[in-house]
Each structure stands twice: as C-alpha cells, then as structure tokens.
Design a protein around this ligand. Structure first.
Ligand SMILES: *[C@@H]1O[C@H](CO)[C@@H](O)[C@H](O)[C@H]1NC(C)=O
Ligand SMILES: *[C@@H]1O[C@H](CO)[C@@H](O)[C@H](O)[C@H]1NC(C)=O
Ligand SMILES: *[C@@H]1O[C@H](CO)[C@@H](O)[C@H](O)[C@H]1NC(C)=O
Ligand SMILES: *[C@@H]1O[C@H](CO)[C@@H](O)[C@H](O)[C@H]1NC(C)=O
Ligand SMILES: *[C@@H]1O[C@H](CO)[C@@H](O)[C@H](O)[C@H]1NC(C)=O
Ligand SMILES: *[C@@H]1O[C@H](CO)[C@@H](O)[C@H](O)[C@H]1NC(C)=O
Ligand SMILES: *[C@@H]1O[C@H](CO)[C@@H](O)[C@H](O)[C@H]1NC(C)=O
Length: 577
C-alpha cells in the first residue's frame, strides 16, 4: 500500500515518542565469546527524533567478575580519536585491564561512537574500500618542511610552497568527504555522541535516571566534558584522562593548534634524558655518531633537515625516507614512550644512513590494501570530518593564517614536529561550514561555572588525570578544565612523557584512579606521582614496539596487577591505532 513518506515518518515518530526505554539484547561476541555484544538503536537526528531514521550503536561488555550482589554497575570507556572504535578497544585488552584496576566490580562497556567502527550509518568519504585506500595513501604524512631552516630567509618561499602543496592535498580529501555527504556526516558530532551515552547507560540499567561511570581518554575527554554539561544530574564517577581543550575545540582548529605543541619540547627532553641515563646498552641514541653534537634535539632537527635535500632510500628500493615520513614517524611514536627503545634504534640507524629499520616499522604498521576494492568503504577516514563538525565553521581560515601560525608556534615552542600535526587544520578549513542541527555546548557551561555549581550542589566530583609532559594533550588543558570545576573536580598527575596516563604506568596514579572508581575517594589536594615503568633499560627488549613492561622497584602482587593492567590498556590502544 502506498503511503507518502512524510506520513510514514510521522506515524513512526508518534510511536517512537511513546515507546519505553530501549532494551539491549546481549549475545556472545562473534570475535570472542568471552565478551557480550549488543546493538543500541538511537535516533539518527536528535534534533528531529520523530523522523524515524535510526543509528545503530554497537556495544561490547566485559562482565564484572564479582557476584551480582557486589556489582557496582557499568563503567563506559572511550579511547578517543575522534573516530577510534571503542568495542575493539574493550575486546583487545582494555576491558580486562580496566576490570582488574576496578577489582572486577563493574561491567566494562565499550561502544563505537556513531559514524565509526561498526556503527551504522558509517561516516564514509567514498563508496568503496578501494577509493578510500587510494585517498588514504595519497594523503601526505606531513608537510615537507624542515624546522632547521625556519630562520633562513631564503628558505621561506620553499616553506610557503611546501605548506601550500600539503594543504591542497588534504583539501582534496575534505572536498571528497563533503561531496560524498554520508548521512552520518552531520549527525555524529559530540552533542549527538553524549545523547547516545545517556541512552546507553539508561538501557544498561533499565531506568531513565541512570548515571554515567566513565573513563575517557584523549578525545574521549571531550565526550566526558560535553556529557557533564548536558547531563550534570547523570554524572556518576568520571575519569578524564589526557585532556583535550573543550573551549579551543569549540572554535576553529587554529585555537587548538598551539595546545598541540605545548609539551612536545618537554617530551623530547625526556627522551633525551632517559636515553642518556641508561647509556648505549639500553638506548641506541645515547651516543651521537661522528662529529655530531650530543644534544638529541639538535640531532633530530639536523636529521629532519638533511632528509629534505638527501632522502635515504630503503634498500629494496620501494621508497625513501623523506622529511615528511621522518617527521610523521617521530611525531607518532613520541606519544608512546614504551616504544622508544625500538624507535631509538630506528632513528639511530637513519642517522647513520640506514633507512631499513625505520622502513620495517612503517611497513609493519601500514594498513593493507582491501582484499576486495569494490567492497564498501570502512569509514577509516572519519577522524577528520568528525573533528571538523565539532569545531566552529572554519572556511574563513586562510592559507596565510596556516603558514604564519605554523611558523610562530614552531619557533615559540621550539619544536620541529608541527609539520606532522597539520591535517586537522587544513582539512577543516576546506570543509563546508555546515554543522549538525544540534549544537555542541563545547565549554559554555564550564566557562559560566554552571556545571561546577550543579555538580557541587549534588556532591558529585570528577577526577582529571594527565601526564606532566603529554605531547598531545598538555597539562595546561587539564589545569584549565580543573579551574572550571574548582569545587567539583580534582587534578592528579604523574611525572614524565606519554599521551594519557596509561602510556607509562605509575602505581600512585593508578591507585588514585582505583580509589576514586571504587569508593568515590578524591585526594584533598592536587597530587603528582612518580613513574613506576622504565622507558629504557637493558632489560627491555628493543626489537619490538610492544616489549614486556619493566618496572622500577619492588612492588606487591596487588601493585603489580595495577601496573600490568595499565600496560594492558596501552596495548589495547596500540592494537586499534
Ligand atoms: C555476563 O553476565 C550476564 C549476566 O549475568 C550473562 O548473561 C552473560 O552470559 C555473561 N557473559 C559472559 C561472556 O560470561
Ligand atoms: C637557506 O635556504 C636556501 C634555500 O633553501 C638554501 O639554498 C641555503 O643553503 C640555506 N642556507 C643555509 C645557511 O642553510
Ligand atoms: C547532504 O545530505 C543531507 C541529508 O543527509 C541533505 O539534507 C543535504 O542537502 C546534502 N547536502 C549536500 C551538499 O548534498
Ligand atoms: C532512579 O529512580 C528510581 C525510582 O524512580 C530510584 O529508586 C533510584 O534511586 C533512582 N536512581 C538514581 C541514580 O537517581
Ligand atoms: C605570527 O607572529 C607575527 C610576529 O610576532 C605576528 O605579527 C602574527 O600576527 C603572528 N601570526 C599568527 C597567526 O599568530
Ligand atoms: C625509580 O624509583 C625511584 C624511587 O622509587 C624514583 O625516585 C625514580 O625516579 C624512579 N626512576 C624512574 C626512571 O622511574
Ligand atoms: C586480570 O584478571 C584476570 C581475571 O579476570 C586474570 O586472568 C588476568 O591475568 C589479570 N590481568 C593481569 C594483567 O594481571
């Protein structure tokens, strides 16, 4: 029977509005029956839930290990991105790791945020996997610019044209994503994600007033902060780990870019000092070859610069290590200090003219081409458009703004790696100014202190944790968030580098997280904890990106469980990166 589509949607809408809480049908996950999987149906367009269109959010559960009577509820976790699949994160070790840290008292829940992973609709930029793979391969890893030449006036025209070339290549992908116009493109911003999170906890607990327990990492802190402002009365126990600045994120990416470099220099100094402490048996970069200065930062800058005129060919002739490849390589691994022993040997070999060790790591981490190029695209490029829809409209940002900003920030922070962090800025300035119907709160209810008053009145508190030298989400962003929640949060940090606190284990820090998640206990004052995990040591296997963890000192079995579990969460991160 023919029924006009507007009428059909209207009827479905009426039914929907009177429907009770969504229920979840759990069954053993196909990939691993030790976990349960389910799918939650939610409105695709929360600004018009009556139109009947749905989004499908996949969930994965690692069951609490205690008897049902002791169970404390569910704890959601998100690995960030934007665009990282939370179900794989839980399946690949974060479920067990977080469960062990929280004494098995919670069901640990991961979900693929709308638009990504196995969610439907998927935020694709192309119809097929073949086109998606080709576009991804054509995307430059970094801009081909050498920081060592920034003070050389004659280099500036080369600098400008290299940035222009990079920006145009990224812009091509932005245009393709906009043109493909996935139905997830303007319905997957953070405002929508937090409504899904509320729907998930309500469905899990079978009530309309369930509270959220959450450990969010990196971009997952943006979800956490938006949730707190949207649903302050649904705040349970929330850990925000590796804070991405919510206020900057509500503006064009030009506001975020300075944050991205704030702690890069500190992280490079840590690499240098940890490497120097252990010597050549534990760190391949500890002595400089030939007549080079022993200062590691200067050596990295010189190496980056020399590759721009003399790329180092890989012996099978498949490609050469250029400035852009080198920069992207160092920038990616700088955030994961547990990989530094292997990274140090690859950089050390390159310094001596041998590109093969670096090429081997790059080849092992590269995505394989799709077996069937005609199969649908996998949504692997969703990260960039997801970033743009959370930012303010950015088409007014000019290429001249980018070139002068990159120049200024690099010199101010004295960091050579900003050329590897420019994709979001270039992508978003080419992306349409169209934004989802439902706007993000961003930081508006933080800045006006509204979230703080509601949480304080309720007696609920948030735990903010951050490494001191996180080269991606700097301490300054965590301090800023704490200043917006002065009586409803505590800030606890650990020393050293790495992105998010789990990147290097600290027994004091993980005990603080555990105490908070188990009993709601927050330290009375800000705390700074020591690292327990070693970065370089002759005991650490230097031939793998994922060596067994080595800890500093003697720890009880209970402490070792917390330390090993922290590392297990990191390994889950690496498995989905
Ligand atoms: C998890 O717990 C639920 C509820 O007790 C149970 O139905 C389910 O089978 C458990 N899942 C696994 C994988 O043990
Ligand atoms: C300055 O840049 C120009 C152009 O790239 C180059 O030819 C020249 O060697 C550079 N000068 C120095 C001192 O590096
Ligand atoms: C993109 O798709 C939406 C519906 O999902 C439609 O409303 C909009 O007009 C489309 N935009 C373009 C530029 O085609
Ligand atoms: C939710 O509401 C139910 C009954 O309306 C009440 O028993 C329960 O304590 C409430 N839970 C929370 C977390 O407020
Ligand atoms: C870069 O620095 C110059 C000189 O201090 C200043 O004039 C310019 O406005 C800065 N540009 C940006 C984008 O910050
Ligand atoms: C090792 O532990 C000691 C004390 O437990 C601490 O002072 C030191 O900073 C630690 N070293 C590293 C590299 O973690
Ligand atoms: C975590 O607990 C499980 C039991 O749930 C145990 O088998 C596993 O070894 C523990 N993981 C670590 C890192 O100790």
């Amino acid at each position: 029977m023919f029924m006009p589509s507007f009428l059909r949607f209207y009827l479905v809408g009426c039914l929907q509005l009177t429907t009770t809480l969504a229920s979840l049908q759990w069954s053993p996950c196909a990939s691993n029956p030790a976990f349960d999987c389910a799918t939650l149906e939610v409105p695709l367009e929360y600004a018009d839930p009556g139109n009947g269109a749905l989004a499908y959010i996949p969930l994965t559960r690692f069951n609490a290990t205690v008897p049902a009577s002791q169970r404390k509820g569910s704890l959601l976790t998100n690995p960030g991105g934007p665009g990282a699949p939370g179900t794989s994160f839980v399946l690949n070790g974060a479920g067990e790791g977080i469960s062990n840290i929280t004494a098995g008292l919670y069901d640990i829940i991961g979900w693929d945020p709308r638009g990504v992973g196995s969610a439907q609709p998927l935020l694709q930029c192309f119809a097929t996997g073949g086109e998606e793979y080709a576009a991804s391969s054509a995307l430059p890893a970094a801009a081909e610019i050498a920081y060592g030449q920034f003070r050389n006036q004659s280099y500036l025209p080369f600098y400008n044209s290299a940035l222009q070339e990079f920006d145009a290549a990224v812009g091509k992908l932005a245009n393709a994503c906009a043109k493909y116009n996935s139905s997830a493109l303007y319905t997957s911003s953070t405002a929508y994600v937090v409504r899904d999170m509320a729907a998930i906890v309500d469905a899990l607990e079978g009530t309309n007033n369930a509270t959220l327990n959450y450990w969010g990492f990196s971009y997952g802190t943006v979800f956490g902060v938006e949730f707190i402002q949207t649903y302050p009365d649904k705040v349970g126990k929330i850990v925000l780990d590796g804070v991405f600045d919510a206020a900057a994120n509500a503006e064009a990416y030009t506001s975020q870019l300075p944050n991205d470099q704030l702690s890069v220099r500190d992280a490079i100094r840590d690499l240098e000092s940890f490497c120097g402490q252990v010597g050549a048996t534990g760190c391949a970069l500890s002595t400089a070859p030939g007549d080079l200065t022993p200062d590691l930062t200067t050596r990295l800058v010189k190496l980056q610069e020399s590759l721009s005129t003399r790329p180092i060919a890989v012996s099978d002739g498949s490609f050469a290590i250029t400035t852009r490849i080198f920069s992207a390589f160092v920038w990616s691994f700088l955030r994961v200090p547990t990989t530094w022993p292997l990274i140090a040997s690859a950089v050390g070999a390159l310094e001596k003219g041998d590109g093969n060790p670096m090429a081997a790591i790059l080849k092992a981490s590269a995505a394989d081409p799709p077996t069937n190029p005609r199969a649908p695209a996998t949504g692997s490029l969703a990260e960039w458009p997801l970033q743009c829809v959370d930012n303010a409209p950015s088409s007014a940002v000019t290429l001249a703004d980018v070139t002068s900003l990159v120049f200024n920030i690099s010199l101010t922070e004295d960091t050579p790696l900003l050329n590897a962090g420019l994709t979001p800025l270039s992508f978003c300035r080419h992306f349409p100014d169209t934004r989802p119907k439902l706007p993000n709160l961003g930081a508006s209810n933080l800045i006006n202190m509204k979230a703080n008053s509601v949480l304080t009145e309720q007696g609920t508190h948030v735990l903010i944790v951050n490494p001191l030298h996180d080269p991606v989400t700097p301490l300054a962003s965590a301090q800023r968030l704490h200043s917006w929640l002065p009586t409803s949060s505590q800030l606890v940090t650990r020393r050293g580098p790495g992105h998010t606190t789990i990147s290097l284990a600290s027994v004091g820090l993980v005990e603080t997280i555990r105490g908070y998640l188990l009993d709601g206990h927050l330290p009375a004052t800000e705390e700074v904890h020591d690292l327990s995990q070693l970065v370089f040591s002759p005991e650490i296997q230097a031939d793998t990106l994922t060596p067994a963890a080595v800890f500093n000192g003697t720890y009880s079995d209970a402490e070792m469980l917390l330390l090993q579990s922290t590392y297990q969460i990191l390994l889950a991160f690496l498995s989905i990166a």
